[in-house]
Ligand binder design. Structure first.
Ligand code: C2E
Ligand code: MG
Ligand code: MG
Ligand code: MG
Length: 279
């Protein structure tokens, strides 16, 4: 009997596995169609100076406007996009849309000092990246590239180091995303001379309830100060978080306490009405 049950279980798993494969294949087909049909759009989440709450920038976050399933967040399609080798293409679309958005906001008198885009390692090693950035004529400090720590493990790879240098020369800021969750050494991070450290929300979330976590965060902020670079906190979910983070010396705040990622239309209204000042 045990054997039969075992076999049933095996069949159960194998069915689930097969369903997974079929599902992944379907999503893959839809992603490729979605790219052709321009269904991938940049949404924007605002970032504020701690203390004054002046708007200092936005982070561009990709959304998929799926024809039947509505707006989809990156977690639901980026892994498949990765397998399809189209993350660099998505990054490139998001950058194009972000540059267009900056020009648009400027043309209607909305002041958005800077926009950060997430950049995958693939995109960073893209041969044409620097050439295409040169064609765009980006003003210094207006665009930041958010890089995750895994990038620095490859830093022995001279191509990445060259790209980083070129980015700096083009006036593009470097931010270390999800700081505290990766494996890079302080030494390898320092070599990149980043403009900002962005502390992952997993480290931000528990500071209200756990004093040890608060001390840990304070030490991480000190690392940023010692390296003389600005510190950004992501995942700032409440005003109580915001006030502790400000006290601890964080420079820039981003999170649901102020705004979720907003569609371009929503963002325009949010900015025009200074909606966060009311919070
Ligand atoms: P990330 O770069 O660390 O982005 C921050 C994520 O935290 C975003 O999720 C954002 O919506 C979410 N978030 C912001 N504030 C809060 C908060 O107060 N509480 C909580 N619980 N979450 C908050 P999202 O938009 O789902 O993006 C997830 C990840 O997908 C991003 O993490 C980034 O690594 C990746 N991603 C997004 N857009 C792109 C893209 O255009 N290119 C690449 N390569 N990756 C992207
Ligand atoms: Mg990011
Ligand atoms: Mg992040
Ligand atoms: Mg994160």
């Amino acid at each position: 009997r045990a054997k039969r049950r075992g076999r049933n279980r095996y069949e159960f798993f194998s069915d689930a596995l097969q369903e997974d494969v079929i599902n992944t294949k379907r999503v893959a087909d839809e992603i490729l169609k979605g790219l052709e049909r321009n269904e991938f759009v940049a949404w924007f989440q605002p970032q504020f100076a701690a203390g004054t709450l002046d708007l200092v920038g936005v982070e561009a976050l990709v959304r998929w406007q799926h024809p039947t399933e509505g707006i989809k967040a990156p977690a639901s399609f980026m892994p498949v996009a990765e397998e399809l080798n189209v993350v660099a293409a998505i990054d490139s679309l998001v950058l194009e849309q972000t540059l267009a958005a900056l020009r648009h906001w400027e043309s209607i008198g909305l002041n958005v000092p800077r926009a950060s885009v997430n950049v995958s390692l693939r995109r960073l090693s893209d041969e044409g990246l620097i050439e295409s950035l040169r064609r765009h004529d980006i003003s210094p400090g207006r665009i930041a590239f958010e890089l995750v720590e895994s990038i620095y493990l490859d830093e022995g790879d001279g191509a990445v180091a060259w790209t980083i240098d070129q980015l700096k020369e083009l006036g593009i800021d470097i931010e270390i995303d999800d700081f505290g969750t990766g494996y890079a050494s302080i030494v390898s991070l320092q070599k990149l001379r980043p403009d900002r450290l962005k502390i992952d929300r997993q480290l931000v979330d528990p500071i209200l309830t756990d004093p040890a976590q608060r001390r840990l965060l304070a030490s991480i902020i000190d690392i940023g100060k010692a390296m003389d670079i600005a510190v950004v906190a992501e995942g700032v979910e409440t005003l109580a978080h915001a006030s502790i983070l400000t006290e601890l010396g964080v420079d820039i705040l981003q999170g649901y306490a102020f705004a979720r990622p907003l569609s371009p239309e929503q963002f325009e209204t949010f900015l025009a009405t200074q909606a966060w000042r009311a919070a």
